[in-house]
Ligand binder design. Structure first.
Ligand SMILES: C[S@@+](CC[C@H](N)C(=O)[O-])C[C@H]1O[C@@H](n2cnc3c(N)ncnc32)[C@H](O)[C@@H]1O
Length: 257
């Protein structure tokens, strides 16, 4: 087999999106820039969400919990720009033209990097330095929580998910959705590797390393279903040694009505 695979329209579009979404981080300094490039390039979740059509045109109000330096906001803005310019591959689903983004992040340094890098985007993202366990969640259509809930204990995880469900319900959108990526604690090796990498990255980002809490996939699913979500799960650690799973949790239509 040839070492270089033919580049598809989607591959080229993804490269363009990667460039556009990471460019604002040059303003945030060397760490912000390199981190954005590496994360968006290597983590399969971002392209995975896009290509599976999990971010929909009805998702106009987006809340990103544990947003770090707000990479998802930059990605959303670049996606809108590419669609406006007619440069969106026909195989990719359309997304909202001007999504309103709220990012919630505990670490002041990350919020400062986000502000310096993407604070100028249009529409202006709301970047809140706050604890997800107590932050007020605005009414919304889509909530994204990628690799965050394991930082708080099981009871606190459930309390966050209840408040997420309520914020989506108040939003009233029949396409209301939570995209939640978690580690599957029943897959011991992958879960242990992701915990080790998580601790290492936390240290590199200059933060204190605290204990973490996981659940097996079946428990995550049962918890979300008990809160009124319809849940699909899909592996989301392609090309990495982790046991990450993406839970696509749609609020039952009669619940959101
Ligand atoms: C592994 S990073 C993931 C960042 C981002 N979601 C992404 O996928 O690029 C986890 C983030 O959650 C944040 N975090 C941890 N505990 C939090 C809390 N209680 N409230 C808000 N954010 C929190 C961390 O500071 C960190 O930025």
């Amino acid at each position: 087999m040839s070492a270089t695979m033919p580049s598809t329209v989607a591959d080229r579009a993804w490269r363009e999106l990667h460039e556009a979404a990471t460019a604002p981080y040059k303003k945030g300094g060397s760490f912000a820039w390199h981190f954005a490039r590496g994360k968006l390039g290597r983590d399969p979740v971002f392209r995975g969400l896009l290509e599976r059509g999990l971010i929909e045109v009805e998702h106009e109000r987006v809340v990103d919990i544990g947003c770090g330096q707000g990479l998802f906001a930059s990605l959303l803005a670049s996606m809108s720009a590419m669609q406006k310019q007619g440069r969106w591959p026909s195989t990719w689903f359309p997304t909202a033209p001007r999504p309103a983004y709220t990012g919630i992040e505990l670490m002041p340094k990350d919020v400062a990097r986000a502000q310096a890098s993407i604070g100028h985007l249009e529409p202006k993202p709301t970047l809140l330095c706050a604890d997800m366990c107590s932050a007020e969640l605005p009414d919304c259509d889509l909530v994204v929580i990628l690799d965050v809930l394991h930082y708080v204990d099981l009871q606190a995880q459930e309390a966050v998910l209840v408040r997420v469900r309520d914020a989506l319900r108040r939003g009233g959108n029949f396409r209301a959705r939570l995209l939640l990526r978690v580690g599957d604690a029943s897959s011991r090796r992958g879960f242990a590797i992701s915990q080790w990498v998580d601790r290492t990255v936390t240290r590199i980002r200059g933060h204190k390393v605290s204990p973490t809490w996981g659940r097996p996939l079946s428990e995550w699913t049962a918890l979300l279903e008990s809160l009124g979500f319809r849940v699909r799960s899909m592996p989301m650690s392609e090309g990495t040694p982790f046991a990450n799973v993406l839970l696509v949790a749609d609020l039952e239509q009669n619940e959101a009505a």
